[in-house]
Design a protein around this ligand. Structure first.
Ligand SMILES: Cc1cc2nc3c(=O)[nH]c(=O)nc-3n(C[C@H](O)[C@H](O)[C@H](O)COP(=O)(O)OP(=O)(O)OC[C@H]3O[C@@H](n4cnc5c(N)ncnc54)[C@H](O)[C@@H]3O)c2cc1C
Length: 291
């Protein structure tokens, strides 16, 4: 199974998908049913989140292993250091190695809703760069390591310049590639890539893409994660917010245009937040392939 760093050496553009571990047995069974369909889309890799939104942490490695063993698609296991001790992280990365997982997205994560005041102590990591450095130190050659990037700056970071410097710090500590937070204004992505280039970051900055399928949910989610919704998106989706079919169609059209512009102007790939569904990512990818 090629590591993501190997893929990046040979492929100018990658296309990848992101899933999350379902909370229920029913959700897990559904995911098992759609995995073959997602793999038919021939993604270069599939990532699986870790504990995002309170989802089960233990399922991430199961899903990452299953994707590789049953579907022969490289998997990227997300790992957040929030709430974990350094010893626990050591055990998890060793377990990843034993399970044949060679790609990890090293993240800080956020304190969960039921423990919002959790703060790191001396046996925890405070920032994701520490997790990157720890993985590099403990298993130097095993993993391709990705990190999260924020075209509009992380929600807690006072400005975009400083945020870019923190990103550079993750790369200086061993990160091999970057996957970004969702965004809807492509200029934010291009400006971010230019800021990082100016700082000497040469690793790939893969844009994270969310097809819009539910406008009220989008407004709620972007408020939490700090991504902004440009006026043009409000103008398209607000008037049709209570019409799922029209929203889906407009979401596909918007996403195809967004992706086409990103690729035309040099983005090195597309990472789709597929949210455990084949549709509408399948339609968007077909449209891009046949454009
Ligand atoms: C592609 C992608 C995938 C994600 N997957 C998951 C997931 O699977 N599970 C999940 O729970 N969450 C996930 N997240 C969300 C992520 O965990 C949160 O956005 C989190 O708040 C920040 O994580 P980070 O790794 O960027 O943290 P860090 O890189 O540690 O940054 C956190 C904050 O600290 C600041 N900072 C960084 N370095 C320093 C420093 N040296 N000094 C001072 N301040 C600093 C940053 O500016 C930022 O404000 C994902 C996000 C993205 C973009």
């Amino acid at each position: 199974m090629p590591k993501i760093t190997d893929l990046l050496k040979t492929k100018k553009i990658t296309f990848s998908l992101e899933l999350f571990p379902p909370k229920t047995d029913e959700g897990y069974a559904k995911l098992l049913n759609i995995l073959p369909l997602l793999c038919c889309l021939k993604p270069d890799f599939i990532s699986c989140t870790y504990g995002a939104g309170g989802g089960s942490r233990s399922k991430t490695l199961d899903i990452a292993q299953l994707i590789q063993e049953n579907f022969h698609v490289p998997s990227l296991a997300h790992l957040t250091c929030v709430l974990h001790t350094k010893d626990e992280i050591k055990n998890i990365i060793e377990e990843m190695k034993n399970r044949g997982i060679e790609n990890v997205l090293a993240l800080r994560g956020d304190p969960p809703r039921d423990n919002p005041h959790w703060r790191p102590g001396k046996n925890n990591f405070q920032y994701s760069w520490e997790l990157v450095a720890f993985i590099k130190e403990n298993l130097p050659d095993h993993f391709s390591i990705g990190v999260a990037g924020f075209p509009e700056g992380h929600v807690l970071c006072p400005n975009r310049e400083l945020d870019a410097q923190y990103l550079k710090n993750k790369v200086d500590n061993g990160a091999d590639f970057v996957i970004t937070q969702l965004f809807f204004n492509n200029q934010d992505y291009f400006d971010y890539a230019a800021r990082l280039k100016k700082l000497g970051v040469t690793k790939r900055i893969i844009p994270g893409i969310l097809p819009i399928t539910d406008y009220p949910a989008l407004v709620r989610f972007t408020n939490l994660c700090g991504a902004s919704i440009p006026p043009k998106v409000h103008d398209i989706f607000k008037p049709i917010a209570d019409n799922p079919e029209k929203t889906l169609k407009a979401g596909i059209d918007f996403c195809v245009q967004q992706c086409q512009e990103l690729l035309q102007k040099g983005a090195p790939g597309l990472h789709f937040y597929a949210l455990n569904k084949t549709h509408p990512v399948d339609v968007i990818i077909n449209a891009l392939n046949h454009a």
